[in-house]
Design a protein around this ligand. Structure first.
Ligand code: A2P
Length: 415
């Protein structure tokens, strides 16, 4: 007797490589349908939720996100299993996988528009330089030498305040190639192990210096590192990597991976405007871009620079001195302090509202590129105020927002 044939349901399962992932949260934040989650060990994808829309693929700075295994749907790896992984499971034998993949299909393949639900652009500006990514990995990291470690914030800011102790750390790569662009980041592998004996995960830091070096013509770069002394709940807890970095001395060596990031990049056409909005150490990429523009200033860069920068107090604002010394006709700097004694709390959004006519001018201009970097909470507030300003000035926000994303003109990096 012939039994009815029950089709085997096959799934091209989306997985994240725990060996490469730097736990930056970009994928979880980007996923429009909450298919990605994490524990203290790994970032993982829920097989029953992911629809393969690919929105998370290009924002991932390392490429850890772009891993797929063809499996029987009934045998998909669950998130509890993925949380325990130190590496991805081996692929199925090729013939089997090939046969299975012929049948594999994403639930929403073909009709998902990743741009529709993601807040920022998935593509770089058209004139961005081509970045190198993943030149050095966990398996083949690079050693850099500390050539400078300076405290940026005023000493009067007490160490017990989390944002108070911010360092400018310069790493030199000697003769080893490490080409970077403004807006990219690197990973630092702190020495030692976790309580259960595993090596620490890499920590990601935005590069604070321009492509041609912290010192022009040198193979070095700068990082902006805040010493973490409290956990998210406000309990005393020293951050593993930030404390390691802030305590480094000149001549010490550091293990580095990267570079990472292929979208949060600056335009290179000289008439492009930069609208930069940041809080705290989110200023690192803004410093890199501003400094690159400053160095190129004599060579025909006519675009405007407008910066909104938030910190608790003046003393806790990294780069306060150098920033306020930049000529007004070069950069339009707007500071917002939230905890100045005797003054009302002010966020970057408030400063943007006060300058709404000028922000609207930039929003109207097709040459404007917007960069937002800092606390996750600010992202919603900043998008909201951009919407308000656009609509108050007769610009339809939904269409403009879509266009900014499509044209690589709105970049968000929040944590
Ligand atoms: P607050 O005083 O309310 O914490 P941090 O020092 O923690 O890195 O924060 C940098 C600045 O960002 C601080 O002034 C902080 O204000 C501010 N901030 C906190 N939440 C938001 C938000 N949702 N939008 C904009 N700024 C914020």
């Amino acid at each position: 007797m012939n039994m009815p044939v029950v089709p085997m349901e096959v799934l091209k399962q989306h997985l994240i490589d725990p060996e490469i992932c730097i736990r930056c949260n970009t994928c979880e934040e980007t996923c429009p349908i909450d298919a990605i989650t994490h524990d203290e060990n790994n970032y993982v994808v829920k097989a029953d939720v992911c629809n393969g829309c690919m929105a998370c693929i290009s924002p991932c700075p390392t490429g850890a996100i772009d891993n797929w295994r063809t499996v029987l749907k009934a045998e998909a790896y669950g998130i509890d299993e993925q949380f325990t992984w130190d590496e991805l499971p081996a692929s199925k034998p090729l013939e089997e996988a090939a046969a299975l993949s012929e049948q594999a299909a994403f639930a929403a393949e073909g009709d998902a528009d990743p741009h529709a639900l993601v807040s920022g652009a998935l593509v770089p500006p058209w004139s961005a330089a081509k970045p190198y990514v993943n030149l050095y990995t966990h398996k083949s990291p690079l050693t850099a030498t500390v050539v400078g470690n300076y405290r940026l914030t005023d000493e009067s800011a007490p160490r017990s305040t989390p944002a108070a102790d911010i360092h400018h750390i310069v790493l030199d790569f000697g003769a080893t190639p490490f080409p970077v662009l403004e807006g990219q980041s690197i990973g630092i592998l702190p020495p030692g192990t976790t309580a259960d004996g595993k090596p620490h995960h890499a920590r990601q830091y935005s590069i604070a210096s321009p492509r041609n070096g912290e010192r022009p013509g040198y193979n070095n770069l700068a990082l902006t590192v805040k010493r973490v002394t409290q956990d998210h709940a406000g309990n005393a807890a020293d951050g593993v990597c930030s404390n390691y970095l802030c305590d480094l001395k000149k001549g010490d060596t550091v293990t580095v991976i990267g570079p990472f990031g292929a979208t949060f990049l600056m335009p290179n056409h000289p008439n492009s405007h930069l609208l930069m909005i940041c809080t705290g150490t989110g200023s690192a990429p803004m410093r890199a871009m501003t400094e690159y523009r400053r160095r190129r200033r004599m060579k025909g860069a006519t675009g405007k620079l407008m910066l909104f920068f938030g910190a608790r107090t003046k003393e806790e604002l990294p780069y306060f001195g150098p920033l306020t010394n930049l000529p007004k006709d070069f950069i339009d700097t707007n500071l917002a302090f939230s905890r100045t004694p005797g003054q009302a709390k002010r966020y970057v959004q408030d400063a943007m509202r006060e300058r709404s006519a000028d922000v609207a001018q930039l929003l109207k201009d097709d040459q404007t590129y917007i960069y937002v970097c800092g606390l996750r909470g600010m992202e919603e507030g900043v998008l909201q105020v951009l919407r308000e300003i656009a609509e108050d000035h007769g610009l339809g926000w939904p269409a403009l927002w879509e266009r900014l994303k499509r044209e690589g003109r709105l970049h968000l990096e929040t944590y």
